[in-house]
Write a protein that binds this ligand. Structure first.
Ligand code: ADP
Ligand code: GLC
Length: 490
């Protein structure tokens, strides 16, 4: 079985570069696929930071068909793994300070269309074995809009590999002015509503959604949701048209990185049988963030991109009521300036109870997951969400909105689920502060008044298996289907 040749196309991969969950997925799913005897290579832009961190980097190729001579291909290893890594080295596009998509001032790079079109051209050359590597994949697995042009560019080639497009977040389209279509010299047949055109502009994500042989998203519930106008961002019609090619596969956890029993970022380790280390991490966290060190005060954590998707405004709306409940809140995140400012103002108003760190820190993310009692994730939509899964693994009870991957991973502590011994967190239905508050109240009163039940909820979450093994198998099935349907219209 297995033994597929897979080219995994991504714009970020932990530990080379990461802005969110895609980085985690690209840093771990390929490892799981390799463990199931597949020949997999990750291909990613050669960002300055990624070049510094990649292992055993050497030149792989200088001349690729259809690619400017200024672009080279480097080959190395994803650090800490045996997975081969290809880096697309176009210095004018990728050798700069800042993030993969945005400049240090937070604004998107003005040449993102050129950057990711160049990336897609190189990926296509590799996919067609025209990059001098003497290797042709059977499968090209693309992720999000940054690799959306790949299935489009490959679509007309008779000997092309099968293509998969994974939607990690439908809200980000890679939408550019229509003039870019000309200036990027994209083939004419790709224009139009049956192609890359979207609201008179050029949409990179449509390249994946229209042309990939199979499409998936990262949870079964989100796969259903995106076929409705509310979650579809104008693409629900297209997704319904391709419904026979769309499936949901839940993300997994890389237990080498996220395991409270041996987490490198923690001073105290613990597991579901020995929870005292968790209390010590709470104490450390309170100390580190300058909160009063009270063992019995419920401590709520939040880590994430501070954007509308994550429902940060709902949390801000209930801060006065939460503070009256005598709880503490630790927030780590970066994102919209207004959310940052409001969170910092709240921390200034309640210095004993609220601590906010604006920035990106892998260490702090782990320490909050380990030290908090509860984790807030009131997302408006959530394709999968990894933070609530990490919370479950770390005995930090998630309070989540019933949507997408949150609904698929956290089981609400209602009477029935408690009786069944399945409850692992607290749900609320609608994206409103009026519903978030009662969910928090339920969690806080369970914590205070029913310690035995609380412990059961914690250990139920900790005992779940979120390893990649199962999901990797589903991806292999998806690859097989894509190969069978390659080039057939849906
Ligand atoms: P999304 O991909 O929508 O951002 P996920 O929950 O899938 O949401 O994944 C977020 C990932 O990014 C997690 O690994 C989380 O710990 C990490 N993360 C988000 N913001 C920060 C931050 N400010 N510092 C450190 N890690 C962060
Ligand atoms: C996206 C989604 C998140 C998902 C992650 C990895 O950024 O917002 O829900 O977990 O991708 O698939």
């Amino acid at each position: 079985m297995a033994n597929n040749k897979i080219l995994f196309v991504t714009s970020e991969a932990y530990p080379l570069i990461k802005t969110g969950g895609l980085g985690d997925v690209a840093g771990s799913l390929p490892v799981a696929l390799k463990a199931q005897r597949n020949d997999i290579r990750i291909i990613m832009p050669a960002y300055r930071d990624a070049m510094r961190k990649a292992e055993k980097l050497g030149f792989a190729s200088f001349h690729m068909e259809g690619v400017p001579e200024t672009v080279r291909l480097l080959e190395g290893r994803l650090p800490g793994t045996t997975v081969k890594l290809l880096l697309v080295d176009s210095p004018v596009h990728f050798d700069r300070p800042g993030g993969p998509y945005a400049a240090p001032d937070g604004h998107d790079w003005g040449d993102n269309a050129e950057r990711f079109a160049t990336f897609a051209r190189v990926v296509s050359a590799v996919a067609l074995n025209k990059a001098g590597l003497d290797w042709q994949p059977d499968i090209v697995h693309c992720n999000d809009w940054q690799s959306g042009l790949v299935p489009a560019l490959l679509s007309q080639h008779p000997n092309r590999p099968a293509t998969i497009f994974t939607i990690h977040n439908l809200a980000y389209h890679g939408h550019f002015d229509s003039s870019k279509f000309q200036s990027l010299h994209l083939p004419h047949f790709l224009w139009g509503m049956q192609g890359l055109e979207f609201h008179h502009g050029l949409s990179f994500i449509k390249g994946g959604l229209v042309f990939a042989d199979m499409i998936n998203t990262v949870s079964p519930t989100y796969a259903e949701e995106i076929r409705t106008p509310h979650f579809g961002y104008g693409l629900d019609g297209l997704l319904n048209h391709r419904a026979d090619r769309l499936v949901g596969i839940l993300n997994g956890v890389d237990y080498k990185q996220w395991n409270p029993a041996n987490d490198l970022y923690l001073k105290h380790h613990f597991d579901s049988h020995k929870l005292d280390g968790k209390a010590k991490n709470k104490d450390e966290l309170q100390k580190q963030f300058g909160l009063s060190q009270q063992a019995d005060t419920p401590l709520l954590g939040l880590v994430g991109r501070l954007v509308e998707q994550k429902g940060i405004d709902l949390v801000l709306d209930i801060i006065p009521q939460l503070m009256e409940l005598d709880v503490q809140l630790v927030v780590l995140g970066t994102g919209a300036k207004t959310f940052q400012a409001k969170l910092e103002a709240a921390a200034a108003k309640y210095p004993q109870q609220i601590a906010v760190h604006i920035g990106f820190s892998e260490a702090m993310a782990h320490q909050i997951e380990a030290g908090a009692d509860m984790f807030l994730m009131p997302s408006r939509f959530e394709p999968c969400g990894l933070n609530q899964i990490y919370s479950l693994c770390y005995g930090t009870v998630p309070i989540v909105r019933h949507t997408g991957g949150l609904a698929d991973t956290v089981i609400d502590a209602n009477e029935e689920n408690i009786k069944l011994g399945q409850a692992s967190g607290f749900h609320f239905e609608h994206a409103s502060a009026h519903e978030l508050l009662p969910a928090c109240q339920r969690a806080i009163s369970t914590y205070r008044q029913q310690p035995k039940l609380w412990k059961k909820i914690i250990t139920t979450g900790m005992k779940q298996d979120f390893s990649w093994k199962q999901s990797a198998k589903h991806y292999l099935e998806l690859y097989q289907t894509a190969q069978q349907l390659r080039g057939k219209h849906s």
